[in-house]
Design a protein around this ligand. Structure first.
Ligand SMILES: [Cu+2]
Length: 224
């Protein structure tokens, strides 16, 4: 991204990083069975049925958590220009959670031979409802304000669900299967970080980052 004069915009890029794991204690609920009989094309795509794990992960780690820096980071952060893809495939959304920067394109794609509509329900940002009747259709949208997780659903297939969080900086990431995460390019400082999960409350943690080094922080959810 460049200014009108062609000079690169100032972007504070640190040499440190934040790493850690988001963990959970307790017994995860049974996966929810998804019945797709309402749409034969969806059922065809999932002959053995489908399910959703609200609490998912490996080795005590929690996946589908978006971890971000909550503390204000000094600097100017132009929007990332690479679109994040929300795919509709087999009548399910991929990925299950999405982190986006303000102004970063969200590319929604229909990979199915059936009608989907994409219906995000933000509170701070403006919502929309886009129909994609044909396979291969793509639509791009942007959000212009930071916002914590809001759901995206399909009015045709009520089981379809993803969650979007929007940030005014690039310091966020999604946990891997084992709950681990890494936020790179962090300037030195003391930070509060925030963990967002689709069905659990927001949790925070504190970490100190030194130049060229990793600040490590774990957050543990206790399942009720
Ligand atoms: Cu759908």
């Amino acid at each position: 991204m460049a200014t009108a004069a062609g000079a690169p915009m100032v972007q504070a890029q640190g040499s440190g990083k934040i790493t850690g794991r988001i963990l959970f204690k307790g017994v995860p609920p049974e996966p929810m069975k998804i019945r797709m009989a309402a749409d034969p094309r969806c059922q065809q795509a999932n002959p053995n049925g489908a399910e959703r794990r609200q609490i998912d992960g490996k080795n005590g780690g929690l996946t589908n958590v978006i971890v971000s820096i909550k503390t204000k980071v000094k600097g100017t952060f132009p929007p990332l220009t690479t679109p994040v893809v929300l795919d509709q495939s087999g009548c399910m959304y991929t990925p299950a959670v999405i982190g986006l920067m303000v102004g970063q394109p969200l590319k929604m794609r229909n990979s199915d031979e059936t009608l989907h509509n994409i219906h995000p329900r933000p509170v701070v940002n403006e919502g929309f409802n886009v129909g994609q009747p044909r396979k291969g259709m793509e639509t791009e949208k942007k959000f212009d304000k930071p916002e914590t997780f809001f759901p995206v659903s399909c009015d045709v297939h009520p089981w379809m669900r993803s969650y979007i969080a929007v940030f005014d900086h690039p310091f966020f990431t999604t946990t891997k299967e084992d709950g681990s995460f890494e936020i790179p390019n962090v300037p030195p400082g003391e930070y509060e970080i925030e963990a967002q999960h689709p069905t659990l409350k927001i949790m925070t943690g504190k970490v100190v980052v030194k130049a060229g080094a990793a600040g490590v922080v774990d957050i543990t959810y206790t399942l009720k």
